[in-house]
Design a protein around this ligand. Structure first.
Ligand code: ADP
Ligand code: MG
Length: 265
């Protein structure tokens, strides 16, 4: 008993909290089985390692500011046939991050762009890669504010330092000259230094319009797409499918080309 108290104090002093928690139960189990000393040690160390790892992932996940938590396992590829599962699995291997290359998800609302971006972000965190998620509108507003306050350079570091930056929903709102310039600076600073995952409901040909400046849009796209994978998602909104299932919207029928369309009345 006294020995156990000493062990408890030592474990506390060394910050081995999980071993502290599980020690009494594991000692009892070891006594009841024929567990070797080395198995017992490995068992305890594994418990500590797992607990530290899940705490690390939890902290990093909350620091990444995801709008929701979704994993690749939760993505129903059969619902979205225009998404090539193999291509997504390839991205989930994360060599694109090691190569500082980018990924762009394009498609209409509700098709899973943010889901896939978040899932890749979570995968990256689980491999020890730093990730930051931000909505494009919030990003631009923040950079513009920093510029007005003469601290753009310092603020830019927040968005340049993570190994993976996810910029969600480019193009939902038009950008003014200042915003477009700030985004150009960011993409330039990250070019070949870190990866960007970007989502947009607009095709690249509409970017001139979003940025109100075709030359600047072309310069951004040039850097962004030089090393990148583009995933074009065409299909139905997953959100609407759920509404449709609940009978809140008209059903859809399949047309001969396999694309769904509204059912005729
Ligand atoms: P987008 O960013 O393209 O507008 P989201 O990624 O936000 O769409 O998806 C909308 C919702 O539907 C989210 O809750 C997402 O998890 C879910 N969702 C979208 N596509 C799928 C899918 N193929 N399988 C499972 N859930 C999906
Ligand atoms: Mg989205």
């Amino acid at each position: 008993m006294a020995m156990l108290e000493i062990a408890d104090e030592l474990l506390e002093a060394m910050g081995l909290d999980e071993i502290r928690n599980v020690l009494p139960a594991r000692l009892e189990r070891a006594a009841n089985t024929n567990m070797s000393y080395s198995d017992f040690l490995v068992d305890l160390l594994t418990a500590e390692r797992d607990a530290k790892r899940s705490r690390y992932i939890k902290t990093r996940t909350s620091l990444a500011h995801f709008p929701f938590i979704r994993t690749l396992e939760q993505f129903d590829f059969s619902f979205q046939p225009s998404v090539d599962e193999r291509q997504i699995r390839e991205l989930a291997g994360l060599s694109f991050i090691a190569e500082c290359s980018n990924a762009v998800f394009l498609g209409p609302p509700g098709v899973g762009k943010t889901h896939l971006a978040v899932a890749l972000g979570i995968e990256a965190i689980s491999r020890g890669i730093s990730v930051y998620f931000i909505n494009a509108h919030d990003l631009i507003a923040d950079l513009e504010k920093a510029e007005r306050e003469n601290r753009l350079e310092r603020r830019m570091k927040v968005y340049v330092s993570p190994k993976l930056l996810i910029v969600d929903e480019i193009g939902y709102l038009p950008l003014d000259q200042r915003g477009a310039t700030a985004l150009f600076q960011l993409v330039t600073s990250r070019y070949e230094k870190g990866s960007i995952i970007l989502t947009s409901n607009k095709g690249f040909s509409d970017w001139g319009e979003i940025f109100g400046d075709p030359v600047l849009a072309a310069a951004i796209l040039d850097r962004l797409l030089h090393h990148s994978t583009t995933i074009n998602i065409r299909g139905d909104s997953y959100r609407l499918r759920e509404k449709r299932r609940a009978g809140l919207l008209e059903p859809r029928t399949q047309s001969p080309d396999g694309r769904s369309q509204a059912a005729p009345r």
